[in-house]
Ligand binder design. Structure first.
Ligand SMILES: Nc1nc2c(ncn2[C@@H]2O[C@H](COP(=O)(O)OP(=O)(O)OP(=O)(O)O)[C@@H](O)[C@H]2O)c(=O)[nH]1
Ligand SMILES: [Mg+2]
Length: 313
């Protein structure tokens, strides 16, 4: 018999079609904004690892790019590969769908999950805060339950924070007994530079509206300590982190959109991103942003690799 008090630790992949709230769910589970989110599909482009350690278990979550059916360019194919490759390597799968909305893309994700056999699949029905008449929820849950022998079905709202404790309990019960895999104060294995690039990308995606969100990527070029001399006698010099980053777009026309009239949009992207980065790193930051054109990067396997679109786990 195993000791029911033994420590548990393992990997959990968060999967689903684009825009159902996977990254929002990861952030809500961690209580920290780690993975970027936006009201647009295909926001997440990398596997994002987030570690949550409690006195009884260590949850190593992996948020993934939304699985989609459009064939698309090399970036689209890479996103699907990235999400699919992780599925067979984890202890628990969290399959996220949106309440009251079951689509062909959800069905396609479920088909993939069904081929994995042993790995328990928890169905998370997110955005229940949008369901006005809660009596509608039960028939919806029952219908999906018929499609697959889910280990459990948990309605949640990542936005309102409801259902998360029940979800964590269901996950924990299915993690293997193990010593913690990472130090208890570690929240990710990905670098600060990586998260900084993501925070800049989030603001760029959000502020360009529907114009060009997919053709944006961000590369942090330098990350260094900087001492700013005092402007007045008697003042102490200011210690801050200087970050320079490039926002890559695919076309000259896109560059003009990101920069905006009189540079207004780029300025706003920089201000909002800097605020998030300062909160994340808990220190003063000076952020320098440039917009450059790299034609066709999203359909060039080599360019994708150089921009870091590989798997992280
Ligand atoms: N009302 C409501 N909106 C939510 C909830 N969770 C996420 N959203 C919104 O849904 C949109 C998509 O959220 P994301 O977390 O970026 O979705 P995702 O599944 O990670 O999307 P991709 O990375 O593109 O696959 C955002 O506008 C979120 O604010 C929720 O519980 N309730
Ligand atoms: Mg996401």
């Amino acid at each position: 018999m195993s000791d029911s008090c033994a420590y548990r630790a393992g990997h959990i992949a968060i999967v689903g079609r684009p825009n159902v709230g996977k990254s929002s769910l990861l952030n809500a589970l961690l209580g920290e904004k780690l993975s970027i989110t936006a009201p647009k599909p295909q926001t997440t482009r990398h596997q994002i690892m987030g570690i949550h350690t409690t006195p009884s278990a260590q949850f190593v979550y992996v948020d993934t790019p939304g699985l989609h059916q459009r064939r698309g360019n090399a970036l689209n194919r890479q996103l699907n590969r990235s999400a699919a490759s992780i599925m067979g390597q984890v202890d628990v799968l969290v399959f996220v769908v949106q309440a009251m909305r079951w689509t062909g893309e959800d069905e396609a994700v479920l088909q993939r999950l069904s081929t994995l056999g042993e790995v328990p699949v928890l169905l998370v029905v997110n955005k229940v805060d949008l369901v006005k008449d809660k009596t509608e929820l039960l028939p919806f849950l029952q219908k999906i339950a018929e499609r697959h022998p889910f280990a459990a079905i948990v309605p949640v709202s990542a936005r309102k924070g409801s259902g998360l404790e029940q979800l964590a309990a269901e996950v924990e019960a299915r993690l293997p007994e193990s010593e913690p895999l990472y130090p208890e104060d570690q929240i990710s294995t990905q670098s600060e530079r990586f998260f900084v690039a993501e925070m800049i990308r989030e603001k760029a995606i959000r502020l360009v509206h529907d114009e060009i969100p997919y053709s944006i990527t961000v590369e942090v070029e330098s990350f260094r300590e900087e001492t700013v001399p005092p402007t007045r006698a008697g003042q102490a010099p200011l210690q801050r982190l200087r970050i320079d980053a490039v926002i890559w777009v695919e076309k000259e026309g896109h560059k003009a959109i990101v920069i905006g009239e009189g540079g207004q949009r780029l300025k706003e992207i920089g201000t909002q991103a800097r605020q998030d980065i300062e909160r994340f790193l808990d220190r003063r930051v000076h952020l320098g942003l440039w917009v450059k054109v790299k034609a066709g990067w999203a359909d060039d396997e080599r360019a994708l690799n150089s921009l870091g679109y590989g798997d992280t786990l």
